[in-house]
Design a protein around this ligand. Sequence first.
Ligand SMILES: C[S@@+](CC[C@H](N)C(=O)[O-])C[C@H]1O[C@@H](n2cnc3c(N)ncnc32)[C@H](O)[C@@H]1O
Length: 272
Amino acid sequence: MPAPFVDPRPLYETESPLSTRVGAFGRYLVVDEASQSLFDDVTREVARHSPVLDIGCGVGVPLLPVGPAAFDRPDMVAGDLSIRQLRSIGMAASGPPPGLLQFDAARLPFRAASFGSALARHMLYHLPDPRTAAAEAARVIRDDGLFVATTNSSRSRPELQDAHTEAATDLGGRLVERMSTNFDAESGGSKLAGSFLEVRAEPWSGVLAFPGVDEVLDYYRSAAYFEMAFDTAADRARLAGRVAEILRSRFGDGPAPLTVGGAVFICTGPVR
Ligand SMILES: C[S@@+](CC[C@H](N)C(=O)[O-])C[C@H]1O[C@@H](n2cnc3c(N)ncnc32)[C@H](O)[C@@H]1O
């Protein structure tokens, strides 16, 4: 069963929810050694395939340190549906602003074979059909180009997911399908296969090593499934309170690590 489509635009209308999540990943993500070498290898490989297109660049710094941030390279073009997020990147630029464009991943405004590499990091699950964006990425990279897509596993963050499910069920909230179901570590490969001759799926895993439950809650409140559980702020506050109780019964006042993981898909041989 395909996941019901959730329009991503309201979720990224302002930059603050994604900035909060990117900040949490930047501060607290600790990955195992194999994942770190994977991230480093892919970042080096992307650097060898210039120029770089960042599709769905968000706030300019990716959740996972796989490939460059919008400011890292002068040869990078970055784009997103969200104009507010793009503005926030432009405003944060200290030197010349990076090449930023508003675009839809399903209709990239570039000629065929314009890029050495293209990145779609934690974003293909927002497309009603991720295959259309994969086909567009294959169209805009050169024959010797590289396409990299990152995503979560359907089993990522079980500690928080279970607490949310329990609390939302207790309080009569709306439970929505995980946002990444449409393109996760388990289902993503098959959606890329029609657009690339070679699709390599590499797993990544680690923890978000939150120092305590309060920091988990800041992260939780920035998540779409929290926002969508109730229509009113008062109900969402009750939900956050209940989740805090469940997490405190598990972690006490100490560190509150969440298990995370997913896949990096490395694709070559674009099919046009
Ligand atoms: C979870 S964020 C990931 C952002 C960034 N790539 C990262 O790794 O942090 C998903 C991003 O995809 C963007 N997005 C969703 N659908 C899109 C589409 N059809 N075309 C372009 N961007 C899209 C959203 O606006 C959001 O910035």
